[in-house]
Each structure stands twice: as structure tokens, then as C-alpha cells.
Write a protein that binds this ligand. Structure first.
Ligand code: SAM
Length: 279
């Protein structure tokens, strides 16, 4: 295989999600640099991979880095894996990837599972624009400050969460985003007790506090972005809408005006109803 550093995504709970190519690379590299070699043994044994391993995390000393660079300089290849999912995504590897690139060696991605993307894909929240926040600060005040800074964000927000902090985080989210903001709890993805639950923050908070099982395992929390304020309906549009509504059913009038102005049909229909109810 080509010499270089292979950044290999591994399963987030179900070994069946390992790609054929990931398994082949782990078999064939000269060395596997793992966040935790003992943790990775289960996966390696499952696929009967006996490639030598070494520990690598972002606080590893320079000797670990040098060992990897030397292996590449000798024409070898190294795979980087973390405990689960895609390395570098709330996991070690950033320093290593930069160092290897700066030393003139190739870095190859082996894409695969990532809890944030898996959760987003089944969240039912908008996926066109999203913001990955990783873990919130553990301390109360720092967490609230972080959430306050995100309150006006219109993109879908994605957080990794520790099970013993999920209740407190949901509570802080209610305080900063409002109880009605839509959110999703994605727990134990690809595992036996996989749970995906969408609802207003207040309902999710109740769900988690009333069932201790929801405070176990691995969790991704997603929160809908702040809805954009609706454009106001100006006087001319309002007049046109009322005039059309005298000739057509209200729904059709709203649909025609929505087509012509780009405003939302529902907003226009509600406006018509309000006009009709006005004294
Ligand atoms: N690199 C990993 C990835 O690509 O998703 C993330 C590593 S981060 C240290 C671990 C966090 O990811 C967990 O605390 C949890 O928030 C989330 N996570 C990992 N596996 C998960 C799963 N099966 N279900 C839900 N969340 C998961």
C-alpha cells in the first residue's frame, strides 16, 4: 500500500458499520496509532487484525510523533484510529495530521461513522446548514455562556453530551433558547437501545428526567436553529390579498399571492383570517 498516514473511521457501536476498505487498511498498515490501544483491541480482535499498535493522543509526547514520522520516512504506513467514529471529531489527531503533512508525507481519509452526522441524518431537523459544537463546557456558568452565545444562531446545532450532564444541559438550553425550541435526543446510535426522540426542549427534558435509562450511554443533542423572523406583509400586498379573497377561496388567494411575492402561504392565509376577524 502507499506510504502515508491513513485516518480511519471506526464503528460507533456496531462493528457491522466498518467499511471493507477500513478493515483492509488496518490489516495492511505497518502500525496502528490508537487513542487507547486496549479499547481498540476489541475491534482488532473481532476482525482478526494483528498489526502492531501504539498509543497516540493529542497529549502524547514528541517521541510518539517521531515514531510515526520515522515509520513514514522508512516508507511504511500508519493508521490513526480513535475509540469510536471519525478521528479528530472531538477526538485526537489534529496535531498529528498537521505534523505529518508538514513533514511532507501523504494523509489519506477513510470516511465512515460519525455520531454527529448519523444523528443529524435522522433528526428531522434542517440539514442544509448546521453547526457542530462538540462538548459543552462542564461547568454551569461556562455552559450557559456558551449557549447564550448560540441563542440567535439559525443553523441546526449539534452537541456531544455526557449522560450525567444531559439533564443539566437540557435545562440550560430551555433557559437560553426557550422551552418551545425543537430539539432531538439521539442516544446509543447503532446499538441495542438506540433512541431518537424529537420534540420541544421542555418535552425532551421531561422525557429524560422521568426515565433514568435516557441518562445512560452515549448521547448527541441537536437543537433547531432560531427561526428567522417572518417578513412583514406590507400594505399593498395586504390590499391585493383582500381583493383576491373576494373572488377566490382564502386558501387559493393566499397561494396566488405566495407565488407572486415569495411570502409563505400560511402567513398570508393567517393574515387573511386576522383581517376577517378584525372589527
Ligand atoms: N469521533 C467520534 C465521532 O466521530 O462521532 C466522537 C468521539 S467523542 C469523544 C464521543 C461522543 O460522541 C460521545 O460522548 C457521544 O456524545 C458521541 N457518540 C459517540 N458514539 C455515539 C453513539 N453510538 N450514539 C450517540 N452518541 C455517540
Amino acid at each position: 500500500m502507499d506510504s502515508g498516514l491513513y485516518v480511519v473511521a471506526t464503528a460507533i457501536g456496531n462493528f457491522g458499520d466498518m467499511s471493507q476498505r477500513a478493515i483492509e487498511v488496518l490489516h495492511n498498515v505497518s502500525l496502528i496509532a490508537a487513542e487507547d490501544t486496549r479499547h481498540s483491541q476489541r475491534l482488532l480482535q473481532f476482525f482478526a487484525i494483528d498489526t502492531p499498535t501504539m498509543a497516540y493522543h493529542d497529549h502524547s509526547d514528541d517521541r510518539a510523533l517521531q515514531r510515526i514520522v520515522k515509520c513514514l520516512a522508512d516508507g511504511g504506513s500508519v493508521a490513526l484510529v480513535s475509540d469510536a467514529g471519525t478521528p479528530l471529531i472531538s477526538d485526537p489527531g489534529y496535531r498529528l495530521v498537521r505534523q505529518v503533512q508538514d513533514s511532507g508525507f501523504a494523509v489519506y481519509p477513510l470516511p465512515g461513522p460519525c455520531a454527529a452526522i448519523a444523528a443529524l441524518s435522522v433528526s428531522g431537523l434542517p440539514t442544509d446548514r448546521f453547526l457542530f459544537e462538540g462538548f459543552l463546557p462542564a461547568r454551569d456558568i461556562a455552559r450557559k455562556n456558551r449557549l447564550a452565545a448560540l441563542a440567535a444562531e439559525s443553523m441546526t446545532l449539534i452537541f456531544y453530551e455526557a449522560p450525567h450532564r444531559v439533564e443539566a444541559s437540557l435545562q440550560s438550553m430551555i433557559e437560553e433558547f426557550g422551552a418551545d425550541r425543537e430539539a432531538v435526543l439521539a442516544r446509543e446510535i447503532t446499538k441495542t437501545y438506540e433512541t431518537i426522540r424529537r420534540g420541544p426542549l421542555s418535552v425532551l427534558a421531561r422525557f429524560v428526567s422521568e426515565d433514568e435509562n435516557q441518562r445512560k450511554g452515549e448521547i448527541v443533542l441537536l437543537v433547531a436553529g432560531k427561526p428567522k423572523a417572518e417578513e412583514a406583509i406590507d400594505a399593498d400586498v395586504s390590499k391585493l390579498l383582500s381583493r383576491l379573497a373576494r373572488e377566490l377561496p382564502a386558501k387559493t388567494a393566499a397561494a396566488v399571492v405566495a407565488d407572486c411575492t415569495g411570502l409563505r402561504k400560511k402567513q398570508l392565509y393567517d393574515h387573511l383570517l386576522a383581517l376577517k376577524q378584525a372589527p
